[in-house]
Design a protein around this ligand. Structure first.
Ligand code: COA
Length: 278
């Protein structure tokens, strides 16, 4: 795909092109300038499960958009337009390109305040709030037993995650578990990995809030004294996160387009893998 469109008579034209590894450095510049904590390896992890598009002007990356493909569901993410180029229709062009990649799948995203009006115009509907909590983690005894798993049972994790989220992402979870740590409780699991300014705990998938609280406490204990982030889907867990040293630090609006009918499940996603990956 290559689409060109001029924005100003004297400016080099802007080309939309498929995201390739050559664009990573420019993409990282954009996410840093937007105040996002992603490192190159964090972009890489998302790219490993995504197809994407960049806007390039005179050899410089001025916009990015990714579509992560998880079976019947796709997550739209890393939508960024260079601050100097906003308000001229580039965000909408990038979104249209990734919506085409998503095709007939259910589409999900976590919207910032900047992105919300654009997504509403494109037919996305709010389905909930995401509560970002982060800080220096405090060791706290979990209410229920939680083990750091010596071996990753990738099939079982993928099945629990799929039941909770509807996403088919066995490969992604196995990669995260290999790079980080798997915390297992009797009725759920959580993954702990390096991300951004420190570590992130997610997804947290459990049958009940008590198990989710135990997984959060075990994650905080595992990296006590280090920077830890968690993106909660349920405000009821916020006081617990605060008690673990993880203060409220913003969040986003969970949105869907072309949503499939939800099915009942014994598992719930209490914290996201990341705002990008759902
Ligand atoms: C969100 C972002 C990508 C939008 O890019 P952009 O190039 O400025 O977007 P566009 O110019 O294509 O505008 C898109 C539409 O949203 C509308 N819009 C944008 N901001 C708006 C606002 N505050 N209120 C109402 N409408 C707004 C525009 O009017 C436009 O509508 P139109 O296409 O019907 O005319 C850009 O602001 C950005 O990079 N923000 C920082 C990173 C970020 O938060 N990304 C979103 C992650 S979820």
């Amino acid at each position: 795909m290559t689409a060109a469109f001029p924005l100003a008579a004297d400016a080099p034209e802007i080309i939309l092109a498929p995201f390739s590894p050559d664009h990573l450095t420019g993409a990282l510049r954009l996410s840093r300038e937007a105040g996002w904590p992603h490192r190159a390896v964090d972009w890489d992890l998302t790219l490993s499960v995504s197809k994407g598009v960049v806007a390039v002007q005179g050899g410089e990356v001025v916009g990015t958009a990714l579509c992560s493909l998880f079976g019947e569901v796709a997550a739209i993410n890393m939508i960024i337009v260079d601050a100097r180029m906003r308000g001229r229709g580039l965000g909408r062009k990038l979104m249209q390109a990734v919506l085409e990649i998503g095709g007939t799948r259910e589409l999900r995203l976590t919207a910032t305040a900047d992105g919300l009006p654009l997504y509403e115009k494109l037919g996305f509907e709010a389905t909930g709030e995401i509560f970002q909590h982060q800080g220096i983690a405090k060791a706290t005894a979990p209410e229920l037993p939680v083990q750091v798993a010596a071996k990753v049972d990738a099939t079982a994790l993928a099945a629990m995650d799929r039941a909770a989220s509807g996403l088919d992402r066995a490969g992604l979870l196995a990669t995260i578990a290999e790079r980080g740590e798997l915390l297992r409780a009797e009725r759920g699991f959580a993954l702990l990995r390096e991300f951004g300014r420190g570590k992130v705990l997610g997804p947290v998938v459990a049958q009940d809030a008590e198990t989710a609280r135990a997984l959060l406490a075990a994650g905080a204990t595992r990296c006590a004294g280090e920077f830890l982030r968690v993106d909660l889907t349920d405000a009821a867990l916020a006081p617990h996160a605060e008690s673990l040293g993880l203060g409220h630090a913003g969040g986003g609006t969970a949105m869907k387009k072309a949503a499939r009918a939800a099915t009942d499940s014994e598992y719930t996603t209490y914290a996201l893998t990341s705002q990008a990956l759902g």
